[in-house]
Design a protein around this ligand. Structure first.
Ligand code: TPP
Ligand code: SF4
Length: 450
């Protein structure tokens, strides 16, 4: 098979016989052939359900199988990354069912409002296929499903009309069996901005059986809803998010200043990858301390990643951040064996014990902990500092990072200055103070440890 093909010619379609989804994957493949786009310029973003079985059928496209209802949100994220980072030419194509569209309705509305460059193929078979034929918000009136066995009482949501109200620029509707569908899908993919093609089809396992659907019944149902088919009225010509972003109005000063500040301007002496965990209490600026640290690392020309964790309740319990720091691109962001663990509070201590971080420390790990906490059950070199008492609870995490950097000076002062410059002027004093205190804390203890 040549790499310029889309649907694998020997693909074994996994759907029930007669399922409309099979027709759609063939139309999509023909649409891509029409456009002759490089397969790797498409990110097929599939939702949960039978609709999401398409990934393996397109082996040369990028595929992302997402959670139920969220495929549009993932695609929007990719499109935003394309706009901001400009890596070049990745088009997300969403395959979503009517169930997923209902669950993730606002993602669709928001994507249309933003006018992000994505194409959504809405597979509307009027019910939840994979879970046994339950009705969705798009089920037509009188249509029998597992949860509306006597026929649906509530009128269906017209998603095309809803997205028109959300200012979508390209809208179309077809039956899965329409010969014109592949041309419409091609037009939608070529359209620069948000495009939705609603495809009306039948689930032969449930929809057809329970509604005695034969012959032209699908067309009758569609006519009863008053649905038009073909290319439909839409608000074409709106600027895309990309265009708006490029115009960069001067009313975005905080972000406008950042890229300059983030340009590597001072080299870091770091030569190998480092993994740090910073743990403390929710509301005590643990994650924002880590974010500032990562910005400083970027300013010093390093690669960095940050993964946060906290309980669902934002204001109580633990808060932690896992940071990777490297002179080279970071391809794996796991935290098997941390090099440095900074513990700023008892909440953080308990979480690191519970999530196994302490158990994964090695003899070389540096454990920099608040002086009031008991020694953790972890291998490693222990350094106790008066993080909370001397620097204050809300400065403890950043002070801990600054204290560690006195020991291991990987970030030059100019990098911190660049990171602080990305904050608005009224938010700089507090972290500046935390950094100063952290440096002094370490200076107070020089020679005692490790
Ligand atoms: C958040 C969430 N809720 C429910 C489910 C269970 N679930 C799996 S598939 C499915 C139905 C999918 O229906 P639809 O999106 O219309 O796709 P189809 O199967 O018809 O192609 C449901 C409810 C889930 N996986 N995730
Ligand atoms: S259950 Fe319905 S939607 Fe799923 S593959 Fe079978 S016919 Fe298609």
């Amino acid at each position: 098979m040549a790499e310029n093909q889309y649907l694998a010619p020997d693909a074994k379609l996994p759907y029930c016989r007669g399922c409309g989804h099979a027709a759609v994957v063939r139309h999509l493949s023909r649409a891509l052939e029409r456009l002759q786009l490089p397969p790797r310029s498409i990110a097929l973003t599939t939702d949960i359900g039978c609709v999401g079985l398409a990934d393996s059928l397109f082996p040369y496209l990028h595929t992302v199988h997402t959670t139920h209802g969220r495929s549009t949100a993932f695609a929007t994220g990719m499109a935003l990354a394309e706009v901001v980072l400009e890596p070049g030419g990745l088009k997300p194509v969403v395959m979503i069912g009517d169930g997923g569209a209902m669950i993730g309705l606002l993602h669709l509305v928001h994507a249309a409002q933003l006018n992000v460059d994505i194409t959504v193929l809405l597979h509307n078979n009027f019910l939840f296929g994979m879970t046994g034929g339950q009705h969705s918000a798009l089920t037509p009136l009188d249509f029998a499903t597992a949860t509306t066995p006597g026929g649906n009482w509530t009128p269906p949501l017209d998603l095309v009309a809803l997205l028109r109200a959300a200012h979508a620029g390209f809208l179309a509707r077809h039956l899965a069996t329409d010969a014109a569908l592949d041309a419409t899908i091609a037009e939608a993919i070529a359209y620069p901005g948000f495009a939705l093609v609603e495809i009306l089809e039948l689930c032969t396992a449930y929809g057809t059986r329970w509604n005695q659907l034969t012959g032209s019944k699908l067309k009758e149902i569609i006519a009863r809803q008053g649905y038009q088919v073909g290319r439909l009225e839409a608000e074409a010509g709106r600027p895309t998010l990309r265009e708006l972003y490029r115009r960069a109005p001067p009313s975005r000063p905080a972000r406008a200043a950042a890229p300059e500040a983030e340009k590597p301007m001072t080299a870091s002496p770091l030569t190998a990858e480092l993994r740090l965990v910073v743990a403390g209490s929710a509301g005590e600026r643990v994650q924002s301390a880590a974010a500032l640290f990562c910005r400083a690392a970027l300013a010093a020309g390093l690669y960095t990643t940050q993964k946060n964790d906290n309980p669902v309740t934002q204001g109580t319990g633990f808060s932690l951040a896992e940071i990777c720091l490297s002179p080279r691109p970071i391809e794996y962001t796991g935290m098997e064996n941390p090099d440095v663990v900074i513990v700023a509070s008892g909440d953080g201590w308990k979480e690191l014990q519970a999530n196994g971080t302490f158990a994964r420390c090695r003899p070389e790990t540096l454990l920099l902990i608040d002086a009031e906490l008991e020694a953790p059950p972890a291998q490693g070199r222990l350094l106790r500092l008066e993080l909370r008492r001397a620097a204050s609870p809300s400065r403890a995490a950043l002070a801990g990072l600054a204290a560690w950097l006195v020991l291991s000076p990987f970030l030059p002062d100019a990098a911190w200055q660049a990171a602080l410059a990305t904050l608005s002027a009224d938010r700089r004093a507090e972290p500046s103070e935390a950094l100063r205190m952290g440096r002094e804390l370490r200076a107070d203890r020089t020679g005692t440890n490790p």
